[in-house]
Design a protein around this ligand. Sequence first.
Ligand SMILES: [Zn+2]
Length: 380
Amino acid sequence: MMKLRRLLALFLLLVVVLPALVAHANTISDKQKELDAIKQQMKAAEQKAAQVNQQQKSVITELNKLEKDIDRTSSDLRTIETRLRNTENELQMLNRELADTEARLEERNNQLGHRLRALYERGPISYLEVMFNATTFADFVNRFLLLKTVVNQDVIIYHSVQEEKALVAESKASAEAKQQEITSLRKQTAIQKSNLEKRSASRTQVLTQLNQDKAQAQKAYNELNALAQEVDKIIKDLQAKNSTGQGTGTFTWPTPGFTKITSAFGWRTHPIFRTQEFHSGIDIGGSGIVNRNIVAADSGTIILADFLGGYGKTVIIDHGKGMSTLYAHSNTLLVKEGDKVVKGQAVARVGSTGNSTGPHLHFEVRKNGDRVSPITYVKP
Ligand SMILES: [Zn+2]
């Protein structure tokens, strides 16, 4: 029985009391640490997306080039097809011409043979016929010479047709060579085009994958962002609960002599995701600002003077009436929690601690825990 009670006591301690104690220990610093861890993860998601963006750019560049190459090859192929069709037409015409020349040659050959036979075979007969029938010898000679001239003419024509045939045959051979050459060129170009198309398809696949990767990184970032806002709200509530200080109701500029606002309060566009990000204060910078005094914007009580994760060394002053101010990234803290400060009193020195790219003061004003535009309360 005792044993069971002890176990029950232990159970109560572990399950009921301890978590409550842990929850109670949720200070601003703890929550801020949690927020910083989330922001670290957001940064990783951002970097992943930036990397994917870079890869996407290079793949898109390559795809554009491939697209151009494919267009050019297609155009080459069309030119080649046209040349091939022209050569084929030429070849058909030459074939017809050759057949025509051959026919004429055959005809001439026949005519020549006919006349030669007439001259040489029947010549002697004609001669005898002339000898017996011609009225005069001159008449015989005239008829013989006429026949001979006709035959000579036939021989000249025969030779010229033969030359013509040789020329046509030559043209045909050269057209055939051209046809072969163009056909092989067409084959090569078609292979080239097909290779380019294959590469383009594979690159498109890579691009699709990259798009998915980017969407995933974006989703992770959005989830973390939502979580960060939740933690942010808890910090806000913790700050709102503190209302011990008593301010004058008006604020003074927190960095005397340094009035350059390098980043304003409000929404700004994220460079990679193109989403909107909220800048919760104003950044005050300028050369020579490092180690210069940060002064209390109004009188109040220090509710935090500590390293606050991404904020670096930070001071939060409660001015009462729901107003508080925050001073981040300082090099040196000049106050401690619980201190009472007066308006214009130095509380820290400008630095670049925490998540900062150079010496500046990140200055926030909260009204009932909500971040409000500091410029509404202080003027440089
Ligand atoms: Zn800032």
